[in-house]
Write a protein that binds this ligand. Structure first.
Ligand SMILES: Cc1ncc(COP(=O)(O)O)c(C=O)c1O
Length: 495
């Protein structure tokens, strides 16, 4: 057996020599016997190296004759390399989509220091993932014998779509066929598919202000003309909807992201009527409706829609884990085909065993039991957060969006918007991660609900004790920020 290391070494040396032009096309190589004796390796080692180089197109072997450098070999020195100046002038071009995407401001991955108490929204607790049950059902899905392993349907496993069909009716009053359901890799892929299939560069997209940034960026990457509409306690202010033909509206009616208001039934009807009048699509992102405290979740827009205007998006990111990357769309019947086609082109289909696990969880009733348990846990965390805010933070604090979801919005009326960076830095130094609401306003602070510092505080990833400790430390950070703000005023009285 030739030694692999020696074969690789011979190949490397010969490749370098051929590439650099030291051995030119047609030039004969030493015989296998001579090279083996020169290098002190077996002849079979040299034969293997020559076979490898011949398969890569560096050399040609001819039975009974010495191997030679391939006649048509183009060594790198002969490949045209433009001068540096030319390179700078005519860079390889990105597509228009690529250029828009490259220019977008997207949040970097949060850096969380070990031991830090971070009120990161979108995070859930590790113990809230049903690990043991998942492992058992995953093993079952994996061990299920299949005739062969081939790609699956782009719309997702029929088992999961059937279970979702009845779950959506039970939990959300949403009636659809299983054919209308498309399993996607999280709500984000659903939003991206909607943007690519329903929006042209220059088309109008209506968004809530403030909004879910990654949805906004998905529409911007397509080149949409985004119209921000403010939200109040009843959700999107439908009286301000523009008269734009064939536009699209993206909304989070059961828990506006981030402010938390629930869209009133009147506004829902107005939005649906607007969509019909203007021939617009509505995307209903129902990302965390499972977490409505005290009351039943509000009816979906989809269930009020009799004209097929609404595309509904659901996700398992809040109920199971954001790392699963699984969610679903419910699309009107006339969009089923194009969504399946686009999904196939994007990534063929979502991962199969995970889909089967979720189907089993729903079918056995374990999914809804799990949601009830996690909802109770999150309700206690929410209470702990609100109580800690009332206990430790100054009186001039306004809390919003507590009726549902896994985060709240906290307005610190004693601090100005431009104090937010100092507050964040002071909190960080005290071991607390907090997140400003400011980046979620797409129009700067023009349509901002409150002209004071504002935070989006996620609590689902923390324990009640961490929440209380975190708020106590945050209160110190607020105090330090005040002191610095007063200090700055004294030293810069004109500012
Ligand atoms: C408004 C909104 N939609 C959707 C999602 C979840 O997206 P995904 O299912 O891609 O994890 C989030 C996550 O925080 C969100 O805030």
């Amino acid at each position: 057996m030739p030694k692999i290391g020696s074969v690789q070494r011979i190949c490397e040396v010969l490749r370098l020599k051929i590439d650099a032009g030291e051995l030119s096309p047609g030039q004969k190589l030493p015989s296998t016997r001579a090279l083996a004796s020169d290098l002190g390796v077996s002849r079979s080692t040299v034969v293997s190296a020559y076979e490898q180089l011949a398969s890569e197109g560096y050399i040609e072997t001819v039975p009974g004759a010495r191997a030679r450098v391939a006649l048509n070999f183009v060594h790198s020195a002969r490949v045209h390399r433009p001068s540096l100046k030319a390179k700078q002038g005519e860079q390889r071009k990105l597509s228009a989509y690529g250029r828009r995407t490259a220019a977008l401001l997207l949040p970097a991955m949060p850096e969380i220091k070990p031991g830090e108490i971070n009120f990161l929204y979108g995070a859930i607790a590790d113990e809230d993932f049903p690990k043991l049950m998942w492992r058992k059902l995953y093993n079952q899905a994996l061990m299920k014998r299949q005739a062969h392993l081939y790609y699956a349907a782009p719309e997702g496993a029929v088992e999961l779509r059937s279970e979702l069909q009845s779950y959506l009716l039970r939990a959300r009053g949403l009636s659809c066929t299983k054919e209308q359901i498309i399993i996607v890799q999280g709500a984000q892929q659903g939003i991206d598919l909607c943007a690519r299939l329903l929006v042209d560069p220059g088309s109008d997209v209506v968004m809530e202000e403030p909004c879910y940034l990654r949805a906004l960026r998905a529409f911007e990457s397509i080149g949409a003309d985004v119209t921000p509409i403010p939200v109040d306690d009843h959700g999107l202010m439908t009286s301000l909807l523009p008269n734009a033909k064939e536009a699209l509206a993206y909304v989070t009616p059961s828990h506006q992201f981030p402010l938390g208001s629930v869209m009133s039934i009147g506004r829902r009807r107005e939005l649906l009527a607007w969509a019909v009048k203007n021939r617009c699509w509505i995307i209903e992102d129902d990302y965390d409706s499972e977490f409505r405290y005290g009351l039943k979740p509000t009816q979906t827009l989809h269930s009020l829609d009799v004209d097929g205007s609404v595309i509904y998006i659901g996700t398992f990111s809040k109920t199971l884990s954001p790392q699963l990357r699984l969610g679903y769309l419910v699309v009107p019947p006339d969009l089923v085909k194009v969504f399946r086609q686009a999904k196939q082109l994007t990534d063929r289909h979502a991962p199969c065993p995970e889909q089967l696990v979720i189907a089993s969880l729903i079918q056995s009733g374990a999914y809804e039991r799990h949601i009830r348990r996690v909802r109770r846990a999150n309700e206690s965390k929410r209470t702990a957060l609100i109580e800690a805010i009332h206990r430790f933070l100054p009186k001039q604090v306004l809390i919003e969006g507590t009726a549902s979801g896994l985060h709240i919005v906290v307005w610190l009326e004693d601090l100005q918007i431009d104090h937010e960076p100092t507050l964040i830095a002071c909190a960080r130094a005290l071991g607390v991660g907090i997140w400003s609401i400011t980046p979620l306003y797409s129009t700067g602070n023009k349509l901002r609900r409150k002209k004071c510092a504002g935070l989006v505080m996620g609590y689902a990833g923390l324990t009640a004790t961490e929440i209380i400790n975190g708020v106590e430390r945050l209160a110190k950070a607020v105090q330090q920020t005040h002191t610095r703000a007063v200090g700055n005023k004294v030293s810069n009285p004109r500012r």
